[in-house]
Unconditional design. Structure first.
Length: 161
């Protein structure tokens, strides 16, 4: 195989919310935790569930269902928290992401990626890095640094203090 024939492959951790499959770049994922008790922080946005103690560190946890406007459901044995890294004001910080279930680590070739859809005014898809083709469907590949606005991330950072 020549260098020209080689395709760039990236790895992603896939997870579900409702019936949709999403993915985070594996290099941004630090670990996956079973659902645990979360301490609520007063006066935070609805999507911010609170904080957990992760080996002595305060880690904010956000509910991706609420953030994406997906109706909430009861927690199950598959509900988990993905510890990921986000950039806040140029600094990397840990953030817990509550999801319905974690699926697998998936290799997606660059030529199987499509740009995110542009659906007119008022619908922001900037948080979608790409749409990865998989079988007959798509995996929505998220950009961890763009899921939350600067104001939302400021609230997350404040909850760690």
């Amino acid at each position: 195989m020549s260098v020209a024939e080689m395709t760039s492959i990236a790895q992603y951790l896939t997870f579900t919310l409702a019936e949709e499959t999403f993915a985070l770049e594996i290099s941004r994922v630090k670990e996956v935790l079973e659902y645990t008790s979360i301490t609520r922080v007063p006066r935070t946005p609805d999507f911010m569930l609170g904080v957990i103690n992760l080996r002595g560190n305060v880690v904010p946890v956000v509910d991706m269902r609420v953030k994406f406007g997906i109706p909430q459901v009861e927690k199950t044995v598959n509900t988990c928290i993905i510890i990921t890294e986000v950039s806040i004001a140029g600094e990397t910080t840990a953030l817990g992401v509550l999801v319905d279930s974690v699926q697998e680590v998936l290799d997606i070739e660059e030529d199987k990626m499509e740009p995110p859809p542009r659906i007119g005014m008022g619908f922001n898809t900037d948080f979608i890095r790409a749409m990865g083709r998989r079988d007959s469907g798509f995996v929505i590949i998220l950009d961890t640094d763009r899921i939350f606005s600067a104001d939302e991330l400021a609230v997350v950072a404040a909850s760690q203090n």
